[in-house]
Design a protein around this ligand. Structure first.
Ligand code: PEP
Ligand code: MG
Length: 295
């Protein structure tokens, strides 16, 4: 969420940054203009040198309420199903283009990848691609340098995206599975509501099956797929995700060494044996028990 956190990630032995949440820049910051954003992105990219840095475009709204004068607050009755994330950016194109311009300008300072949150429809990718082309044309006209080939990837964190992953994979450079929102939207469980917290189950067969089919779609089209939701921060769950064919995980920096230690305890063959639980119809709690005893 910040250049400071990127420093911690490096100290903790990260191979890159799998999810840079840009909304934190907007929370409480007095200046969220193009220069301020550019400086932050550039700092992170320079710090990480040639390691990949996946920066997610603004994921505001829903559970991430941002009080920024540039962001209209619609007072929605049901913000989790409202104009949040990519929907907000596509509705506020000047705000979005400012961020895209800052990102593209920073791209010459490191190994940048751009990622879009909360897609439900391929038209959102197409509209973003069009805006990126506009920004590139503007930068070229002003002779501002940028990397012309910054990969554009997608978060798969809605059932709609997971179920159409085969189509999305034709045009996305990579996928990153957001297990937090994927679980929330698949199971209709508000991830912040304590009353329904016991129902929030990343191992529910519906969630596992959506992950398995997303990975299959990515592999069939030959694009990388990782997981950046909290699910991967749990050692046993990470092993299950590996058995599904996922080899790249993004977790908070402080979890990195614990997870490396977990990995050092198992052979690939042992991890692959978990595959039979990947999309089995068994209840989440049973899979959890099995994973615990394997662990
Ligand atoms: C997710 O939804 O899994 C995710 C990584 O994004 P966020 O937690 O920021 O919504
Ligand atoms: Mg999310």
């Amino acid at each position: 969420g910040s250049a400071k956190e990127a420093e911690i990630a490096l100290e903790e032995g990260a191979d890159g940054i799998g999810l840079f949440r840009t909304e934190f820049l907007f929370m409480g910051a007095s200046d969220t203009g193009e220069e301020a954003q550019f400086n932050e992105y550039r700092t992170v990219l320079e710090l990480m040198k040639d390691k990949p840095v996946v920066i997610r475009t603004l994921d505001a709204g829903g559970d991430k309420i941002i009080n920024d004068k540039n962001l209209p607050s619609a007072g929605e009755k049901n913000p989790l199903l409202g104009r949040r994330a990519i929907r907000l950016c596509l509705a506020e194109t000047e705000l979005f283009k400012t961020q895209l311009r800052a990102l593209l300008r920073s791209s010459v300072y490191g190994n940048l990848k751009i990622m879009l949150p909360l897609l439900t429809d391929i038209s959102e990718l197409h509209r973003t691609q069009k805006l990126i082309e506009e920004v590139k044309a503007e930068l070229s006209a002003s002779a501002v340098p940028f990397n012309k080939d910054v990969p554009l990837g997608l978060m798969i964190e809605t059932p709609a995206a997971a179920l159409t992953a085969d189509t999305l994979a034709n045009e996305a450079a990579f996928f990153s599975i957001g297990s937090n929102d994927l679980t929330q939207y698949t199971l209709c469980v508000d991830r912040e509501n304590e009353l329904v917290a016991p129902l929030f189950d990343e191992l529910h067969p519906a969630v596992r099956r959506l992950i398995v089919s997303t990975v299959r779609a990515a592999h069939e089209r030959g694009i990388p797929v990782s997981v950046c939701g909290e699910m991967a921060a749990n050692g046993a769950n990470m092993l299950l995700l590996m058995s599904m064919g996922i080899k790249s995980f993004s977790v908070s920096p402080k979890k990195i060494s614990d997870l490396k230690e977990v990995l050092s305890r198992f052979t690939l063959g042992q991890i692959e044996s978990l595959k039979e639980w990947a999309d089995s119809p068994e209840e989440g709690r049973l899979i959890k028990e099995k994973l615990q005893s394997f662990f």
